[in-house]
Design a protein around this ligand. Structure first.
Ligand code: PFF
Length: 456
């Protein structure tokens, strides 16, 4: 442990780590999920609570994950095993890595299906004349109910993900994020520029930021907290795996704050873009998961240059999903390389093929297998609930407790390497008290919701 390098290599510099971790964090969660959740939960109140959770729980837990990864220098499974041993803690803590690796591949299976939808939409807008249709929203239903097309797009996305993962961190991850992340930011800024010309930008701003406490239901609070985990890629070792490739000498505090801020900015900008378009065209704010697919193309069809803008938007979503999906596979793949001695290509295939098959089942759960339900949900929805409501918060809770209470304090101090003691102490309070209590609160409510869901 604590060698200077991971066997998987090291990021070229701190910025590459920041790009990769931001690539993991920024994804469907920001562009597809955040706007529709804000829309469904009444806007401003949800957004504000979500921002508080990101700052008070998300960022401290992220620091803990990066710290654990960099100290352990291996895949999350082996990192947690080694760190538990070196703090004379029970083997139980090693289980955090397993929980995370399993959550990662489960999320990847349905994530890839939705990313496939986004990719299909980019193709349909640019080449397929989608925007010329008379009834654009119903095109989404027709597309999703086509088993062959959705399975093919999911398969293509899995090939893209596994190709990068198989390449390893220098050839694969590092090269792709260096190109993809800046491209993503440029595209978002262009779209933001467009949003300001719609005449409804002000309305979008007030929808997202006007604090409307009457919309603040317990459910909205709960979704905001759960979403803070999902959007920052926390609780499953993705950020821990990337932390293992981080050069030793850098202080972690500033790094994680940059990642948290970038992730939040992308979500807020995506929200502003989407709601400017929604308001300018008199569309429904509470359209739910179909918001992006059903309403945006309608808006794009009505605007000059819509084919280019619409195509760009869905390509952007695909890029964002791609760099997140890579990190979902990394904990399991890195573990196989370390433990089974597989090449990265072999490990990517051994992890990827079952995920691809499960993803096919998720895609089919939206059409020919829609009658098959698990606890009342179709497979895609079930996997989303299982991971987001149970596995990620549980992982985050255990990580906070391990970093705050179990790991030797001298190891923590050395690894976090924060020069500012006041800030370090604030983090300690967050990770020992605020985060565990906050997360336990989410979990309690999630389990309650889960029980209601089971008993239905
Ligand atoms: N953070 C990603 C998003 O917002 O789309 C999703 C995700 C990636 C969740 C990696 C968890 C993870 F480990």
């Amino acid at each position: 442990m604590a060698e200077n390098k991971s066997i998987h290599g090291v990021w070229q510099n701190r910025w590459t780590f920041i790009l990769a971790a931001t690539g993991s964090a920024v994804g469907l969660g920001n562009i597809w999920k955040f706007p529709y959740m804000a829309g469904e939960n009444g806007g401003g109140a949800f957004v504000l609570i979500y921002l508080v959770f990101v700052a008070a729980i998300g960022i401290p837990v992220m620091l803990a994950e990066v710290m654990l990864g960099r100290r352990g220098r291996q895949s999350p499974i082996n990192t947690m095993k080694t760190l538990a041993k070196s703090s004379d803690a029970s083997k139980f803590w090693g289980g955090i890595g397993w929980l995370g690796a399993i959550a990662g591949v489960l999320i990847l299976s349905f994530y890839s299906v939705i990313a496939g939808w986004a990719m299909a939409y980019a193709g349909k807008i640019i080449g397929g004349g989608l925007l010329d249709q008379t009834d654009i929203p119903s095109q989404f239903g027709a597309f999703v109910s086509d088993p062959v097309e959705t399975v093919l797009w999911h398969s293509l996305f899995m090939v893209m993900v596994l190709t990068v993962v198989a390449g390893g961190i220098h050839k694969g991850l590092e090269k792709s994020v260096q190109f993809l992340m800046p491209a993503l930011f440029v595209m978002l800024i262009l779209l933001l520029g467009y949003a300001t010309t719609t005449g409804s930008f002000g309305e979008a701003v007030s929808f997202l930021f006007k604090f409307n406490p009457e919309a603040l239901t317990a459910d909205a609070v709960l979704s905001a907290l759960g979403h803070a985990f999902f959007t920052l890629s926390l609780g499953m070792g993705a950020i821990m795996a990337y932390g293992a490739y981080m050069p030793k000498e850098h202080s972690l505090g500033k790094t994680v704050v940059i990642i948290g801020v970038l992730d939040t900015l992308v979500a807020v900008v995506a929200g502003l873009v989407i709601f400017s378009i929604v308001f300018a065209n008199g569309l429904d704010t509470a359209a739910g998961p179909s918001l992006m697919f059903k309403t945006l193309p309608v808006a794009f069809s009505q605007m000059p240059g819509g084919i280019v803008l619409g195509g760009m938007f869905f390509i952007l979503v695909t890029f964002a999903a791609w760099t997140s999906a890579i990190s979902l596979a990394e904990p399991a793949v890195a573990w196989m390389v370390e433990t089974a001695g597989f090449s990265r290509i072999k490990a990517a295939l051994v992890v990827g093929i079952p995920v691809w098959l499960l993803g096919i089942a998720c895609a089919l759960s939206q059409n020919i297998w829609s009658d098959v339900t698990i606890l009342g949900s179709d497979l895609l929805d079930f996997l989303d609930k299982l991971t987001t409501n149970i596995m990620l918060p549980l992982g985050g809770l255990l990580i906070a407790i391990f970093a705050g209470w179990i790991m030797r304090r001298s190891h923590v101090v050395k690894e976090v390497a924060m020069k500012n003691f006041a800030l370090f102490n604030i983090w300690i309070v967050m990770i020992r008290i605020v985060a565990p209590i906050g997360i336990a609160f989410v979990m309690y409510n999630s389990i309650e919701a889960w029980l209601v869901f089971i008993n239905k």
